[in-house]
Design a protein around this ligand. Structure first.
Ligand SMILES: CC(C)(COP(=O)(O)OP(=O)(O)OC[C@H]1O[C@@H](n2cnc3c(N)ncnc32)[C@H](O)[C@@H]1OP(=O)(O)O)[C@@H](O)C(=O)NCCC(=O)NCCS
Length: 191
C-alpha cells in the first residue's frame, strides 16, 4: 500500500531500506522516550522483516510504513498504525463496540521541525478512519516528549489519561500521556 500527502509518500518497507532505517533507528535521539533502541544492525534487520511480514498478514493489523520525501524518495522515518480489537469505549455505555487503532512515529533528527510527523500521522489516521472503519485512534507519549505531544494535539487528539510509571524507558520508569480522537461523525452513544 502507498499513501501520498502534499510532501510525503508513506509506503511499505523493502529490504533495500536497511541503511536509511538504521540511520534513524540507531540514533539515540530517536529513541530517547521510546522503549526500543538505539538499534543494533540485527534489531534493524528484524524491524524491517517484521514490517514486511505485517504487510503480508491476513487480516492485516499493523501498518508500519516507511516515511519518504515525495520530491526525492529519501526515507527518513517511520509511521505506524496498529489495529486493536473492538472495545466497549467507556464504562456505562451500551452502544456497539468500536475498533481502535494506535498511532506512532519516529523521524531522523535531521528532519524534525518541518511538520512531517503531523502530516504523516494525519494521513495514516485518515486512512484508519475512512478505509479501516476505525472508531477511535489513540496514542501515548512521555510527558517530557513535548514535540510528540504537540503533534498529537495538532492532529486534533485530546489528552484522555495520564498513566504513572507505566513504561520502562532505558532502565527508568516513566509516565505516559494518553491521547485519543474519535472518528469524524461517530455517534455520541458510541463514544
Ligand atoms: C516527535 C517527532 C516525531 C516530531 O516530529 P516533527 O516532524 O518534528 O513534528 P512536527 O514538526 O509535525 O511537530 C512538532 C511540534 O512540536 C513543537 N516542538 C518541538 N519541540 C518542542 C519543544 N521543545 N517545546 C515545545 N514545542 C516543541 C514544534 O514547534 C511543532 O509544533 P508547531 O508546528 O506548532 O510549531 C520527532 O521529534 C521524533 O521523531 N522524535 C523521536 C521519536 C519519538 O519520540 N516519537 C514519538 C514517540 S511517542
Amino acid at each position: 500500500m502507498k499513501l501520498t500527502t502534499g510532501r510525503l509518500v508513506l509506503r511499505e518497507y523493502a529490504a533495500a531500506d536497511f541503511d536509511a532505517v538504521h540511520a534513524f533507528a540507531s540514533d539515540p535521539r530517536s529513541s530517547e522516550f521510546m522503549d526500543w533502541g538505539p538499534n543494533s544492525e540485527q534489531d534493524t534487520r528484524e524491524f524491517v522483516d517484521f514490517c514486511q511480514a505485517c504487510a503480508r498478514a491476513i487480516p492485516r493489523t499493523d501498518y508500519t510504513l516507511a516515511l519518504t520525501l515525495r520530491s526525492t524518495g529519501l526515507l527518513f522515518g517511520s509511521v505506524s498504525l496498529t489495529v486493536h480489537g473492538a472495545h466497549q469505549a467507556r464504562p456505562g455505555r451500551r452502544g456497539p463496540a468500536v475498533r481502535e487503532g494506535e498511532i506512532g512515529y519516529t523521524l531522523h533528527p535531521d528532519h524534525w521541525g518541518h511538520g512531517y510527523a503531523t502530516e504523516a500521522a494525519r494521513c495514516l489516521a485518515g486512512f484508519g478512519f475512512s478505509e479501516l472503519g476505525l472508531g477511535r485512534i489513540t496514542a501515548t507519549c512521555r510527558p517530557e516528549n513535548v514535540a510528540s505531544a504537540a503533534v498529537l494535539q495538532k492532529l486534533g487528539m485530546d489528552q484522555v489519561g495520564h498513566r504513572t510509571n507505566d513504561r520502562l524507558i532505558h532502565g527508568r520508569w516513566m509516565d505516559s500521556l494518553v491521547f485519543a480522537m474519535d472518528a469524524p461523525g461517530l455517534s455520541p452513544e458510541r463514544r
